[in-house]
Design a protein around this ligand. Sequence first.
Ligand code: PLP
Length: 377
Amino acid sequence: MAVSINKLARKSLSLIEPYVPGKPAEVLFREKGISRIIKLASNENPFGPSPEALKAIKKKLSGINRYPEGSAFELKEKLACLLKTRNDQIIVGNGSSEIISMAIQSFCEPGDEIVFPSPSFIIYKILAHAFGAIPVTVKLNSDMRYNIESFFEKISGKTKIVILCNPNNPTGSHINKKQLEKFMKNIPERIVILSDEAYFEYAEDPQFGSCIDWLGRKNVIVTRTFSKIYGLAGLRIGYGIATQDIIKTMEKIRPPFNTTSLAQYAALAAIDDHVFVEKSLINNRKEKKFLAENLKNLGFNVFPSQANFIFCSHKLNAGTICKELEEKGIILRPMAGFGMKDNFIRITIGKPFENRLLIKELRSIIARGGYHEKTGS
Ligand SMILES: Cc1ncc(COP(=O)(O)O)c(C=O)c1O
C-alpha cells in the first residue's frame, strides 16, 4: 500500500488551513445563475484596471511569445525615481504576497519566530508554517487599534521577523508616525521588520506612519502592490523596497521570470495614470463615509478604516447576513475564515450604486431579523 501523503509531507504543513479567498463572481454565477454580481469581498478596485494600463498591455500582446525581462528593470527604474531610492533597493514580485514569501524564505530558519498582529492577513500564518517558522500573534486592542507595547511582550530571542500590516487587513486600522517611532526605537537591531503596505495609498491620516521613512536605519522591508489602487490584482504584480543588502539577499531566491511582461507594462503605465488613481481615491473617501454612516444606522459597529474596506460587526450572524446577500448577488467577506467571531464582516468599498444597493438589501435583511436565523435554514 502506498505511504500516506500526510506522512511524506513536511510536518509543519499539517498546521496549515488552506487560504480561502473571497467568493469569486464566477462561482456565484455558477451556483445561483445570478449574472449581475456585486463583489465587495476582496478589496479590489471597483472601477476595473487603470485604463492606461489596459491600453499599454493591448499594445504589447504580440510579444508574449518571449520571456519577460525577469528583473523588471524598467519598472524598478520608475519606482526608484518615484520613491527616491536606488533601483537595486527594489524587488518585483508576483503580487506583494510573493515578496512576503521571499522575505520569510530569505531570513527564517526553521524554529525562528515571526511576530504579527491578530487579526491580520491570513497568509502570514500560512507562510510561517510553510517555511517551518513559528507564528506568534499580537492581539489588536478591542477597538481594533494597534497597541505597540504589546509587540514587545511577544518578542523573544527567537524572533526573526516582525510583520506590521499597515493599514491592517481586515480591520483597516493603522500605525501612526509616533507609534512607529516608538516601535523602531525599541526594536532590537537583529530583527527584520516587514511592513506590508498593500493599502497605504488609501490612508487619509496625515500622520500615517510608513516604514519607507525607516529604510536603512533598521532592517526594514516595505511591500506594496499594484493589486489595489491600480486595479491590477489579476495580473499579479507587487514590489518590495529595502536596503541593497536585503534586496541582494532576496534576489537569490526570486524565481526567474516571476512576473509577466504584461504585468510589468501594465504597472509602468498605471503609475502614471494619475486620473484613475485620483478618481479611485475620491470615490473611496466619499463612499467610505456613506457606508460607515449607513451601516451605523443599521446597528453595525463600524471600526475606523484607512483602507478601501470597512470592518464592522452586527448582533446578527455575519454568515447569515452574507448568505442572504449572496442570494441578491452581493458578495461580502464574513470573518469566520480569519478566526474571528461570527458577527464580524469586511466590506470592500464599491462604486456609489453598489454601495447603495448593499445598504438597501441590508436594511431589508435586518428588518426581517435574518431570514436564515428565524427558519434555521
Ligand atoms: C494586507 C495585504 N497584503 C498583501 C496582499 C496581497 O496582495 P497582492 O495581490 O499584491 O499579492 C493583500 C491582498 O489582499 C493584503 O490584504
